[in-house]
Design a protein. Structure first.
Length: 244
């Protein structure tokens, strides 16, 4: 994490959140390296062999069991990593506010870490990753103006909310405790992302805390509820036959 002097003109609350985001991302990077060495050789938590991810009827299916959930998460992390990479690489990004550039750059790094973690973990754990690992997906962003900070932030809020509710909804489907712990750590980072981008949209307000429902809980949605939202952006065809 970089060390720098905070000037009197800088919002200390936003600075603290940026630093916390940096720490969260670094912590998760180390966690990902540890889990990449895990595999399912001694248990059946990956799901039955006929539910493994892979091509079915000419289309890639995410599969079922733990491998299906991890592949589902990998697809979503590919989406978020691709979005933020497009944001920071767009020529207009230099015109965004310094706060927006700092936070969106941090989020891009985090999502790339998440994506690469799932790719490494699945490559290590799947019986035949050559045919069972989800390929790189293609994306489109209809209605998103990458030259507009407000358009980018609104889309980031939608994607982060989708990610949080997807992890929360899929957690109960995971049977391997190691995978469940990691999913819980990742969703906690995604929830911080959701708060951070809300703060960018309305700085100095309480919007950063407005991610929960009336019971104080973040939403939880099944894969079948998330798929229609994600498929607005994912152009690569795939199925999720064995996920609820």
């Amino acid at each position: 994490m970089e060390n720098r002097v905070i000037t009197k003109d800088e919002n200390p609350t936003l600075t603290s959140r940026r630093n916390f985001l940096k720490i969260s991302g670094l912590t998760l990077a180390g966690t990902g390296l540890l889990l990449a060495g895990c595999n399912n050789d001694d248990d059946n938590s990956g799901g039955s062999s006929n539910q493994l991810p892979g091509i079915r009827n000419g289309v890639f299916d995410l599969g079922g069991g733990d491998f299906g959930v991890l592949t589902y998460a990998y697809a979503l992390e590919q989406l978020e990593a691709d979005f933020y990479t497009k944001v920071v690489n767009d020529a207009a990004f230099s015109s965004f506010s310094e706060q927006a550039k700092d936070i969106l750059s941090d989020l891009q790094k985090h999502e790339v870490i998440h994506r690469e973690f799932f790719k490494a973990a699945l490559t290590d754990a799947l019986p035949n990753p050559t045919t069972q690992l989800l390929p790189a997906l293609a994306f489109t962003y209809p209605g998103v103006n990458f030259s507009s900070q407000s358009s980018v932030i609104d889309t980031a809020i939608a994607l982060e909310d989708t990610g949080v509710s997807a992890y929360n909804g899929a957690g109960k489907l995971i049977t391997n405790p190691d995978y469940l712990v990691i999913a819980g750590q990742i969703v906690s980072v995604e929830a911080r992302h959701a708060s951070a981008v809300r703060d960018l949209r309305n700085p100095g307000s309480t919007d950063f805390a407005n991610t929960a429902d009336a019971n104080g809980l973040d939403p939880a949605k099944k894969p079948s509820e998330i798929a229609p939202v994600a498929q607005q952006f994912i152009t690569t065809q795939f199925t999720a036959t064995y996920l609820p």
